[in-house]
Design a protein around this ligand. Structure first.
Ligand code: URA
Length: 204
């Protein structure tokens, strides 16, 4: 990855990284999007959750995981007795990629070039947070953390050691749960998310 120097040095705080990211032009997504949606949460969080990219509501509010997927995530965490407020939440890509259809803005998956362009921001966040555990929600986040060869459905739910001392795991994305075509499929998908996130008990 192209380093963010001379924009940032190791001494710069997380807040300085956020400031720098707010003016990012490393890919073309900044233009149609409303704003950069940077991560949020306690700077001493032991667990970081990484999503794919902000959605419509996140783009408008400037906060990660406040739309439908975020509400489902909150519900699952609450059911598991986990406190969202103790986690740092961020995304692999920090601008909303969408396609305009009339008044609606439809989510589009970020391209691998966009994920690569945004990756230094995630690395700068993780370098300052130094979490013990990183949970990737969905394939895009998993590939940003583990590399392009990561196979979500084969490797999900298993902690792996990263070179910086953190452990990381991937699970399915809550938006994928919401996209399931019928109630049974949705319940099954939800159970996968629940089972994997249950591993955070005692780790936050
Ligand atoms: N989906 C994500 O991956 N991230 C968000 O912040 C919201 C929805």
């Amino acid at each position: 990855d192209a380093p963010l120097a001379p924009v940032l040095t190791a001494e710069d705080s997380l807040e300085a990284v956020r400031q720098a990211a707010s003016a990012c032009r490393r890919c073309e997504l900044w233009q149609p999007a409303t704003r950069t949606v940077f991560g949020e949460g306690p700077p001493d969080a032991r667990v970081v959750l990484v999503g794919e990219q902000p959605g419509d509501e996140e783009d408008l509010s400037g906060r990660p995981f406040v739309g439908p997927a975020g509400r489902l995530l909150d519900r699952v965490l609450r059911e598991l007795g986990l406190d969202r407020g103790s986690f740092y939440l961020t995304n692999a890509v920090k601008h909303f990629r969408f396609e305009q259809r009339g008044k609606r803005r439809l989510h589009r998956n970020p391209s691998s070039a966009q994920v690569q362009a945004c990756r230094p921001w995630l690395q700068e966040e993780l370098a300052r947070l130094q979490p013990q555990h990183i949970v990737c929600l969905g394939a895009t986040a998993a590939q940003a953390v583990f590399g392009a060869g990561f196979k979500l459905m084969e490797q999900r739910g298993r902690w792996q050691d990263l070179t910086d001392g953190a452990q990381a795991m991937a699970t399915v994305h809550p938006a994928w749960v919401l996209r399931q075509p019928d109630p049974q499929a949705r319940e099954d998908a939800l159970q996968v998310l629940r089972t994997d996130l249950a591993q955070l008990a005692g780790r936050s």
